[in-house]
Ligand binder design. Structure first.
Ligand code: CS2
Length: 489
């Protein structure tokens, strides 16, 4: 079977949606560099940029993986083309062509730096996951981080995204080329401001003049991004090959729902993202809180409780009426009262729509994938809600189950010697190995992990007692037992 690429694209004419640019036409100029070409980027920002290109304009993406060659190996023979499959009540197929190349910083660094320092590169977007920013628990760039320290010495090519961005910005500064606009597309609270602060903090260690220039000129909008985009599997590859009659080594699947809210501070020169449906907002924080607290916090809680209850996918977990009732109770009683939603958002409907999205039978979203990197996700998803509720004297009884279930999930991984995907895996597994099953003692061991739990939170008895009570409830009957509640499934 032939491979999907520019040469075979023409054969798909009339069968599925094709890229705005084809081989015959002038290739668009690369104006965007994206760090982290994973599934979410290719189902979300790259798709938005393709939709924008359908409206005209001259923007293409150079995608850069920091280390792994996998995406480059898969897409380079395909001229960056891949199939996006929307799986919902109907199935939609589209070939996305906005990614013109996929580079690997570890092995293509000179070319990556050339892209980042080119005056034609106006934007650097990124989906590098929470851990990619190398932030300490206070949200600032961690200057004790081993890789950050290494990059600060300038002894070799940078290995952190922040180090690589500041290297490129430093060269632009010296060449009197304006800085590119950086756009974080990760599930971080206040993502744009944290990214900007991390870049400035790194630059200050090198050159106060550079830091001052960036202070004056660097644009880094906050954003909220949303679309459930599970990892690609062989079943999808077969489905796509059957549909297009060509081999696509790395197609992408996602739900049909997709949303991108960007702080309205971009330069005038930008892709036609607005025509593609992007929402520009003066203040993204209310959208970000709504999404992180009503989608991601339930997602993580569902993942850990669902794994402990033996469920494999989000869809499976949503068939468990006791678990769904618990999640609804947590959302209604403890999450919705915790924040002020955007005026135009019907929070109850937004939350109900999210749970309906979780029930999508066409999406096979592994709970074990959502469970990755809990040490980075919980501080963005559950801890801010717990902190706000404690400060206002509201309950954290249900929220604490997400924390307790995470601790038990780690214990389960340690006891079964199953891989734990988390940048702090070694430390977490070592803590789990010390656990005895005594709730008070076990919880104290986990809450002592400073990189996850800020002191000002763990010093509060109400928090500790809620997590201990949840831990006891989950382990009291020799099997995972949810608390009784008054809610309905
Ligand atoms: C999920 C997110 O894997 C996870 O942690 O909670 O990737 C989630 O699917 C997206 O944020 C949805 O927009």
């Amino acid at each position: 079977m032939n491979r999907l690429c520019n040469d075979t694209l023409a054969g798909l004419e009339g069968s599925i949606a094709l890229p705005a640019y084809r081989l015959a036409e002038q290739k668009p100029q690369i104006g965007i560099v994206h760090l982290g070409p994973g599934a979410f980027f290719r189902g979300h920002q790259a798709w938005y940029t393709e939709q924008a290109l359908q409206q005209g304009g001259d923007w293409a993406i150079s995608a850069v993986s920091m280390r792994s060659p996998d995406v480059s190996d898969a897409l380079t023979p395909q001229d960056g083309l891949y199939t996006l499959v929307e799986l919902d009540a109907t199935i939609g197929y589209q070939v996305v062509g906005s990614v013109q190349e996929v580079l690997v910083a570890a092995t293509d660094y000179p070319k990556v730096l050339t892209r980042l320092t080119a005056a034609s590169t106006k934007y650097v977007t990124m989906t590098i996951t929470e851990k990619g920013y190398c932030l300490a628990s206070n949200g600032e760039l961690d200057l004790q981080n081993k890789e950050v320290c290494r990059d600060l010495t300038r002894s070799a090519q940078p290995v952190t995204a922040i180090g690589m961005l500041v290297t490129a910005l430093s060269e632009r500064f010296r060449a009197n080329i304006p800085p590119f606009c950086v756009i974080s597309c990760d599930n971080l609270t206040d993502n744009g401001h944290k990214l900007r602060a991390a870049i400035l903090r790194f630059a200050e260690q090198w050159d106060p003049a550079l830091a001052n220039w960036l202070e004056q000129q660097l644009i880094s909008p906050c954003t909220m991004v949303d679309s459930i985009t599970p990892a690609t599997d062989d079943a999808l590859r077969t489905q796509v090959a059957d549909k297009i009659g060509l081999l696509d080594q790395w197609p992408i699947k996602r739900e049909s729902f997709v949303q991108w809210v960007i702080e309205d501070c971009l330069p005038v020169e930008r892709p036609a993202w607005h025509q593609a449906g992007v929402i520009y907002a003066a203040d993204v924080s209310a959208f970000e809180k709504a999404k992180l607290r009503l989608l991601n916090a339930p997602h993580s809680t569902l993942a850990y409780l669902g794994c402990l209850l033996g469920h494999e996918t989000v869809f499976d977990a949503m068939q468990d009426s006791a678990l769904v009732g618990f999640i609804k109770q947590m959302v209604t009683e403890e999450i919705i009262p915790s924040f002020k939603a955007p005026a135009e958002l019907d929070v109850q409907q937004y939350s109900a729509d999210i749970l309906q999205r979780f029930r999508n039978p066409a999406i096979r979203h592994l709970l074990s994938q959502i469970a990755w990197d809990g040490s980075q996700k919980l501080p963005m998803r559950l801890l801010p809600v717990i902190r706000d509720n404690l400060a206002s004297g509201r309950s954290v009884r249900y929220l604490a189950y997400g924390i307790a279930a995470w601790c038990l999930f780690i214990r389960q991984r340690q006891q079964s010697q199953t891989k734990l995907t988390d940048p702090l895996a070694e430390q977490l597994l070592a803590v789990a190995a010390q656990c005895s099953g005594n709730a008070e003692a076990d919880v104290a061991l986990f809450l002592a992990i400073d990189a996850v739990f800020p002191r000002e939170l763990t010093e509060q008895n109400a928090f500790k007692q809620a997590v201990v009570a949840a831990y006891q409830q989950l382990t009291s009957k020799g099997m995972v037992t949810l608390p009784s509640y008054t809610g309905e499934a």
